[in-house]
Design a protein around this ligand. Structure first.
Ligand SMILES: [Zn+2]
Length: 733
């Protein structure tokens, strides 16, 4: 066995072609080579695999690497083989192999050619395999993705619990190296205990991803959120990004809306065939597609270094998931923006999904969700919060790269409040979690509090002049300042640290800031929206109507064909000052803006300047497109393909009349549709001309009136409607 420093470096150069180790790699390898149990917590991208691959090659015998996923196993083996000139160096053993391959694998191991064997825990468990391993020299056991051992990890695998037992059946003295990319202090403790690691050397790398920017935005309405996403992606054209959603429907809808906005986007979810899925992955890697709108199924084993943004349309189920998914941004160390949309309603929805799970699982799930909500609502540095969650202290006052640090909330003196919170925790023997303490502080008489007679405590209701939101903020900040911690054995119970006890004896100044209150923010916006309608500028509206009249006269067209009343109302609310802005008004297409818009836009511009009007600065650039449902987009696409209308109706599961109504809405909102391929089949061209003339002279645009006139020509109501669509498309849009 080679253990001198020089020879490890030589081996690194010889087997992997690297000149230097990254981070803790060398120390970890030393520890394992010396036969110690070793525990490695290293975020993805830190070079975790090398920590066991190099010693496996250097040590006598074959290392057994336990890995939870067959797909990852194959990847790892391919990777190891790519560094070596002999394929026997690494093998995997799992249920997908044929009998004869298994035989070959075992022969290679026995002959000493194979240095690493990847196995799934289910395979290791088989008696015939245990028997085989007893007969060979096993250099060490590697437990990859070790967090799968803990129910508190985000992908718990019950079989992982039996690993120690299996190792014992092979040989009690084999050293173990456990590796994971995510582990909270609780999960770390579970791993050590469960694998019975003997005085392990623990190597924890920092989880700080300095190049990532973290931001949480309130999720007010679905539509508004999707608009914000489209806008963000448009402003970042050409950059690669991932948008995460919880369900399939959202992935499809958002991908479609991004596509019609000129972005190369495609959905990705578990319901797709595996061939399609790998095609999507390739397209993303090759940059044929810029944005993947995915459920969490996407990303495993994908290592694209230049993902520039990760957007969460739905908040993830746990901070572990959030950290892992955001971690896919900026792997190359350059820009990586992580924006998540959060609404407490989403947390409640996720809680409902767990309804049918066993009680223990449900309780754990809601604790993880509570942590996620606390992260989203916190007003302290997000980086600090995240790192604290993984057991790491981040001391910088301002990280400079999260929304809370860039827009800090005002802080107030919290000494007295912190005292109240700490005293309350002590008064109930440090045996309760945050929600219970908040109830005590605010004096809420719950059944549980009644049962324990805690309403008889002197401190009961001591903080009742403040609300639950306030006390949640205080307790969270006590955690972050390490005045209290969460107990590992009985997870979630709040205990005082030494610093907390010192604070009780000698309180000192501590600044606190209130959490974000997204719920009332959402309520505010809703009222704003309803107020929005009444802020229509009546003077401007009258002006625009007059302009419309004169344009209509010049063009010898009815006024409604120029712009609808609703479009004028919107213009009188949002003040579009150029053609580009005008074309964002609903009912105004680009073509229509160019055709008739100039006089409107200049008049508005002049009006705004003369009256010194403060325009809404966030011009809603996407309204028009986002208002089109996926349904409408399909109809437009199919008409472009010249499919017969009855066929389109059948495909969309609509009645024919419903389809025509839908087509009418599409056209009246400013989109051009060419129905000639269909109309020419059913209406003589002369008659079509006649009907077009009729519409040109018609004042009101009332279709019933038109039908009464035109039915004498033998036209049905639907045909009149379709002709009106043609008219609007050709003349108005
Ligand atoms: Zn920060």
């Amino acid at each position: 066995m080679l253990t001198s420093e020089l020879s490890i470096k030589e081996a690194l150069q010889e087997y992997f072609g690297f000149n230097a180790f990254k981070g803790n790699q060398e120390k970890i390898i030393q520890s394992l080579l010396q036969g110690n149990d070793t525990f490695v917590i290293m975020p993805t991208g830190g070079g975790k695999s090398l920590c066991y691959q190099l010693p496996a090659i250097m040590m006598e015998g074959c290392a057994i690497i336990i890995s939870p996923l067959i797909a990852l196993m194959k990847n790892q083996v391919d990777l190891v083989r790519s560094y070596s000139n002999n394929d026997d160096i690494a093998h995997f053993l799992n249920s997908t192999l044929s009998r004869s391959t298994i035989k070959q694998v075992k022969a290679d191991i026995t002959s000493g050619k194979t240095k690493m064997l990847y196995v799934a825990p289910e395979t290791l468990k088989k008696e015939e395999n245990l028997e085989f391993f007893r007969g060979i020299k096993v250099s060490f056991i590697g437990v990859d993705e070790a967090h799968c051992i803990s129910e508190w990890g985000h992908d718990f695998r019950p079989e992982y619990r039996q690993i120690k037992n299996m190792i014992a059946q092979i040989d009690k003295k084999i050293p173990i190296i456990a590796l994971t990319a995510t582990a909270t202090p609780k999960v770390q403790s579970d791993i050590k205990k469960n694998l019975e690691l003997e005085k392990p050397n623990v190597f924890m790398s920092s989880f700080n991803r300095a190049n990532l920017y973290y931001e949480i935005r309130p999720k007010l309405t679905r539509e508004q959120t999707i608009n914000q996403i489209i806008k963000y992606v448009q402003e970042n054209q050409g950059k690669s990004g991932i948008v995460y959603c919880l369900n399939r429907k959202s992935t499809e809808e958002i991908a479609e809306l991004l596509s019609v906005n000129g972005i190369k986007a495609v959905p990705y979810h578990a319901g797709m065939e595996s061939a399609t899925r790998s095609k999507v992955q390739d397209q993303f890697l090759m940059e044929d597609m810029h944005v993947i709108v995915a459920t969490i199924a996407f990303g495993m084993g994908i290592d694209k270094p230049d993902v520039r943004f990760v957007i969460h349309f739905d908040i993830p189920k746990s901070i572990e998931n959030y950290y892992q998914e955001t971690g896919r941004a900026g792997r190359d160390g350059l820009e990586g923006k992580c924006i998540a949309f959060y609404s407490y309603k989403d947390i409640e929805k996720l809680e409902k999904f767990m309804r049918d799970k066993p009680l223990a699982e449900r309780e754990m799930g809601s604790q993880l969700l509570a942590e996620t909500a606390a992260y989203a609502e916190t007003s302290v540095c997000r980086r600090r919060f995240l790192l604290h969650y993984f057991g790491e202290q981040y001391d910088k006052e301002n990280c400079g790269s999260c929304d809370n640090c860039l827009n800090p909330k005002e802080k107030t003196e919290g000494k007295d409040y912190v005292m109240m919170a700490l005293k309350t925790a002590v008064a109930v023997n440090e045996n309760y979690g945050i929600p219970y303490l908040v109830d005590l502080l605010t004096g809420k008489r719950t059944t549980e509090i009644g049962n324990y007679k805690h309403d008889k405590l002197d401190l009961f209701g001591v903080g009742k002049e403040k609300d639950a939101h306030f006390w949640n903020s205080v307790l969270r900040q006590c955690l972050l300042s390490s005045l209290v911690y969460k107990d590992i054995e009985q997870y979630g119970l709040i205990k005082l640290t030494d610093a907390g006890r010192a604070f009780l004896k000698k309180p000192k100044s501590i600044k606190i800031s209130l959490n974000h209150d997204y719920i009332s923010q959402a309520a505010d916006v809703q009222t704003q929206v309803s107020v929005g309608k009444s802020v229509l500028d009546p003077v401007l509206f009258d002006m625009l109507k007059k302009i419309r009249e004169s344009v209509a006269k010049e063009q010898t067209l009815p006024p409604y064909v120029i712009f609808s009343e609703a479009s004028l109302e919107e213009m009188s609310t949002t003040y579009p000052c150029n053609l580009d802005e005008l074309s964002k008004v609903s009912g105004v297409s680009k073509g229509k803006a160019n055709k008739y818009g100039l006089r409107f836009a200049s008049a508005i511009k002049k009006y705004v300047e003369e009256n010194d009007i403060d325009r809404p600065n966030d011009f809603n650039t996407l309204k028009q497109v986002a208002n089109k449902s996926v349904h409408k987009i399909h109809i437009i696409q199919n008409i472009d393909k010249k499919l017969p209308l009855d066929e389109i109706a059948r495909m969309r599961g609509m009645k024919f009349v419903e389809l025509i109504d839908e087509i009418e809405t599409i056209v009246s909102s400013g989109t051009k549709l060419n129905l000639d391929y269909y109309l020419n089949e059913i209406i003589e061209e002369d008659l079509q001309e006649e009907v077009m003339d009729y519409f040109r002279e018609m004042e009101s645009g009332d279709l019933n009136e038109a039908y009464n006139e035109l039915k004498e020509e033998g036209l049905s109501f639907e045909e009149v409607q379709l002709m009106h669509v043609k008219f609007m498309s050709e003349v108005a849009n």
